[in-house]
Design a protein around this ligand. Structure first.
Ligand SMILES: Nc1ncnc2c1ncn2[C@@H]1O[C@H](COP(=O)(O)OP(=O)(O)O)[C@@H](O)[C@H]1O
Ligand SMILES: [Mg+2]
Length: 342
């Protein structure tokens, strides 16, 4: 896949990011005897103009919380959301502006659409909130539907969600985002609820929006195959942190973090030998292990390879540094950085 953002990344001078997280943390107060959940626990992540970034990782690792923080829907406990070079404050006007320019597309279009609203109203709604009803509303709604691949758009105006297929409903939800002419789309598991047959179409649509209009996207997914098909860059999250990031080809074809390797090994098409089932308990953000947060499940530590490389003590006792949000290939793993690695 040829990504327009390739060149700047490789020269080390990436275009200014549109949207990003800087030292971002989000903690949720514990309920009924449970400790504080550090759902996002120190993340830098930039999304460049016209760039598609896939945020991947197992369920519960903090992907949706990070996405919601980037949309201004949940307040960071620490750190900042940076939009177009400016730290986002909490004034209603700032949030409103962010919510126009950064649009959310959710997993389940059926839940996102009101069953009693026509397609026209569903798409016009967001625009009315931001600009009121204007004389050119119909033109904008038609254009958004057409861009989302519902053509001719007029034919869809008076339809109701139940009259549409799952794929068409997701296109209506995307049109509802496009009508606000956003700069970034944050799509949280955008095809997880769709039939396999239409998943590819929706992903193609996101790619076309990037190519034709320079629309950037953060695509949240637990599906690495999907990330591979759509993203310029991948960020792999584990227990609230990005543990590996870089151009998608690097991260997914030459993964360096044992966690990324384990995730990839269970893909049927990986061809990387035995699937690696991770040992230990599922990760719990109320009890993040000290040292490397992955060490209790790390196959490299368990096999003795980390000890052989002379880093086992660091794995248990020293937290790897936070990765920078830029597009450069980086990994937060003592073993991956060990000179003695075998
Ligand atoms: N509103 C909330 N209150 C308390 N805990 C939450 C809340 N939202 C998410 N969490 C917890 O934060 C962690 C990360 O959740 P989430 O961001 O939804 O992960 P993902 O999208 O990767 O599956 C989970 O342990 C989840 O239970
Ligand atoms: Mg989620």
């Amino acid at each position: 896949m040829s990504a327009p953002a390739d060149a700047p990344r490789d020269t080390g001078a990436p275009a200014a990011p549109v949207l990003g997280a800087a030292g971002l943390r989000v903690a949720f107060a514990g309920r009924a005897g449970r400790g504080t959940a550090r759902a996002v626990d120190g993340v830098d992540l930039d999304i460049g103009a016209g760039e598609i970034v896939a945020l991947v990782g197992e369920s519960g690792c903090g992907k949706s919380t990070l996405a919601r923080a980037l949309l201004g829907l949940v307040r960071p406990t620490e750190g900042r959301v940076v939009f177009r070079g400016r730290a986002l404050g909490h004034r209603p006007r700032e949030l409103k502006e962010l919510r126009r320019r950064v649009q959310l597309v959710l997993q389940d279009p059926t839940g996102a659409l009101n069953p009693r609203h026509t397609v026209y109203d569903a798409v016009a709604e967001g625009r009315r909130i931001h600009s009121g009803s204007t004389a050119d509303e119909q033109e904008h709604v038609a254009e958004a539907l057409a861009r989302a691949g519902l053509r001719p758009p007029e034919r869809f105006f008076l339809r109701y969600p139940h009259e549409l297929s799952g794929g068409q409903r997701q296109r209506v939800a995307i049109a509802g985002a496009l009508v606000l002419q956003p700069e970034v789309i944050v799509a949280d598991e955008p095809v997880a609820s769709l039939d396999a047959s239409v998943r590819g179409e929706i992903l193609q649509l996101l790619l076309r929006l990037r190519d034709d209009y320079g629309l950037a996207a953060l695509v949240v997914t637990h599906d690495l195959g999907l990330a591979w098909n759509i993203a310029d860059r991948a960020a792999v999250m584990y227990l609230g942190r990005v543990v590996e990031t870089g151009p998608v080809e690097d991260v997914l074809s030459a993964p360096r973090h044992p966690y990324t390797r384990a995730l990839l090994s269970v893909l049927p098409e990986s061809g990387s030998g035995e699937p690696q089932v991770l040992a230990g308990e599922p990760p719990d953000p109320t009890r993040i292990p000290g040292g490397c947060r992955f060490h209790v499940r790390c196959p490299v530590l368990a096999s003795g390879a980390a000890a052989a490389a002379g880093v086992a003590e660091r794995c248990r006792g020293e937290e790897p540094g936070m990765l920078s949000g830029s597009g450069a290939a980086q990994v937060a793993c003592h073993w991956a950085h060990a000179p003695e690695r075998v």
